[in-house]
Ligand binder design. Structure first.
Ligand code: AMP
Ligand code: ZN
Length: 400
C-alpha cells in the first residue's frame, strides 16, 4: 500500500444508530469534529451520516471509526427531548443589503489573513469596525458603572478544575506548556527541533506537565480573583476584554468560528435579583443598539456546547432555568444564524464552587453579558457588505 493511497480522502456513509431529531443534527455534526483525527468533514441529517475521512488500511475505514460515531449519536440522540426555545426578541427579518459570504473578498483584499486554522490577522476595515463595536460595549458597561479589569490570557488548570470545567468542555481546551527546566532538553531542542507539517518534532517528554490553559472565557478570571472571601460591597459590576481560545477542530473554517478570538464581557456578581435585573437591563439597552445599527437578529434561549457525556443533562438544566440567551445574527449568505453574544446567568454555581460570599453569608450569584468581537463584525459585514458607504448611518458616522 502506498502512503499516498493511504492518505487520500474517501467518503463513507451510514445510517445513525438512532434517529436524529432535527434540532440535534447541528449539535451532533459539530461533535463529530472530535471523534477521530482522520475525519475531514462531517454531514449529519436525520437518517444519514456522511463523512469524508483519510483512508487507510487498503482504502477501508475501520469499523472502530463508525462505532465511535455511533457512540456520539446514541449518547446525544437517544432519549433526547426537544428543548423549548424561548424567543425574547425577533428582528430576524429586518431588511439587509448584502447576500454574499464576505470571507472570500476579505481574504482577497488582504483585510483578513489566515495564520493557521482558526487563527486570523485582521486589517484596518475589521479593526475599525471592531473598535466601533467595542466603544458601544464599553458604553454599555459604563451605564452600569462597571469597574474595568485586565485579565491574563493564561488560566491555571487547577482553577478550572474547581469549577468543573474539566468535565464540561475538554474537547475545546488549548493546553499551554513549556520545555522542562533541564539543560539537556533545552540544548536538544535548540539544536534539533524542526517544525514540519504536523508541528514541532519534539519528544513529548521534553515538555513540562501542563499547569495552564489559554482562557476559554473572560469572566472566570473575575470569579477566581473574588474566590474564598466575602464580596466587597456585596455586589459588583465589572468589565473586561480578553483573548479567548476554543479549539473547534475541522469546524474552524472561517471568521465565524475561530480558535483564538476576542470577547468583551460585562459581569455581575451579587444577590440573585441584582444579577438577573442587570442582565435584563443590559438586554434592553442592547436591543436599542441593534435597532440603531439595523442588524437582523433574534435573541433566544440556548445552551453551552458541553461534551458528549454531559450534554443532555446540562443542556436540559440550562434550558429549564433560562440560564443562557444568545443574540443570533442572521447570515444571509447561508440562510442561518450566528451567535454574536450571550446573556448568561450561572445562579450561585461560581459563588458556591469558589466560596464567594455575600454579607448575609450566602454564596454570590453571577451572570455575564458576552460579545464575540470578530463574530459581530463578521455578521455585520455579511448583512451590509464591505463598503462603508452602504452601511447604516449610525455605524458609518461613528467609525473611528
Ligand atoms: P459563549 O460564552 O459561548 O456564550 O460565547 C460568547 C460569545 O463569544 C459568543 O456569542 C460568540 O460571539 C463568541 N464566540 C464563542 N466561540 C467562538 C469561536 N469559536 N469563534 C469566534 N467567536 C466565538
Ligand atoms: Zn462570562
Amino acid at each position: 500500500m502506498s502512503s499516498e493511497k493511504a492518505n487520500s480522502p474517501m467518503r463513507i456513509e451510514f445510517a445513525p444508530a438512532a434517529p436524529i431529531p432535527d434540532y440535534l443534527t447541528g449539535e451532533i455534526q459539530s461533535k463529530l469534529a472530535y471523534v477521530d483525527e482522520r475525519i475531514l468533514r462531517a454531514q449529519v441529517s436525520a437518517d444519514r451520516i456522511t463523512l469524508e475521512v483519510l483512508a487507510w488500511d487498503e482504502g477501508r475505514a475501520p469499523a472502530e471509526l463508525e462505532e465511535k460515531v455511533q457512540r456520539v449519536v446514541l449518547s446525544m440522540a437517544k432519549g433526547a427531548f426537544k428543548p423549548k426555545v424561548q424567543v425574547l426578541e425577533d428582528y430576524i427579518d429586518r431588511p439587509v443589503s448584502y447576500r454574499q459570504d464576505p470571507m472570500a473578498e476579505l481574504l482577497g483584499r488582504g483585510e483578513v489573513s489566515q495564520e493557521a486554522n482558526g487563527v486570523y490577522t485582521l486589517g484596518p476595515l475589521l479593526a475599525r469596525l471592531i473598535d466601533f463595536f467595542e466603544s458601544q460595549f464599553i458604553a454599555l458597561a459604563e451605564s452600569f458603572d462597571a469597574a474595568p479589569y485586565r485579565f491574563p490570557t493564561l488560566i491555571p488548570a487547577r482553577y478550572l478544575e474547581r469549577v468543573n470545567y474539566v468535565r464540561g468542555c475538554p474537547q475545546s481546551w488549548t493546553l499551554a506548556s513549556h520545555l522542562r527546566e533541564d539543560l539537556d532538553v533545552i540544548d536538544e531542542f535548540s539544536q534539533h527541533a524542526v517544525c514540519d507539517h504536523q508541528g514541532l518534532t519534539t519528544p513529548p517528554d521534553s515538555f513540562a506537565s501542563i499547569q495552564a490553559l489559554l482562557s476559554p472565557a473572560v469572566c472566570y478570571h473575575l470569579y477566581f480573583a473574588l474566590a474564598d472571601k466575602p464580596l466587597p460591597g456585596g455586589q459588583l459590576a465589572a468589565t473586561a476584554v480578553g483573548n479567548c481560545f476554543r479549539y473547534e477542530a475541522i469546524n474552524l473554517t472561517s471568521l465565524d468560528r475561530m480558535w483564538n478570538f476576542t470577547m468583551r464581557e460585562v459581569i455581575f456578581v451579587g444577590p440573585k435579583d441584582f444579577v438577573l435585573e442587570n442582565r435584563e437591563i443590559a438586554r434592553q439597552r442592547m436591543a436599542k443598539f441593534f435597532e440603531q445599527i439595523e442588524m437582523a437578529y433574534r435573541v433566544e434561549s440556548a445552551n453551552d456546547p458541553f461534551f458528549i457525556g454531559e450534554f443532555r443533562k446540562q443542556a436540559a438544566f440550562q434550558s429549564a432555568f433560562q440560564l443562557k440567551f444568545e443574540i443570533r445574527a442572521r447570515l444571509p449568505f447561508k440562510d442561518s444564524t450566528l451567535a454574536v453574544g450571550s446573556y448568561n446567568y450561572h445562579q450561585d454555581f461560581f459563588g458556591r464552587s469558589l466560596n464567594i460570599s455575600l454579607p448575609d453569608g450566602s454564596p454570590a450569584h453571577t451572570g455575564c453579558v458576552a460579545f464575540g468581537l470578530e463574530r459581530i463584525a463578521f455578521a455585520f459585514l455579511a448583512q451590509f457588505g464591505l463598503d462603508p458607504a452602504g452601511w447604516p448611518a449610525h455605524v458609518r458616522e461613528r467609525l473611528p
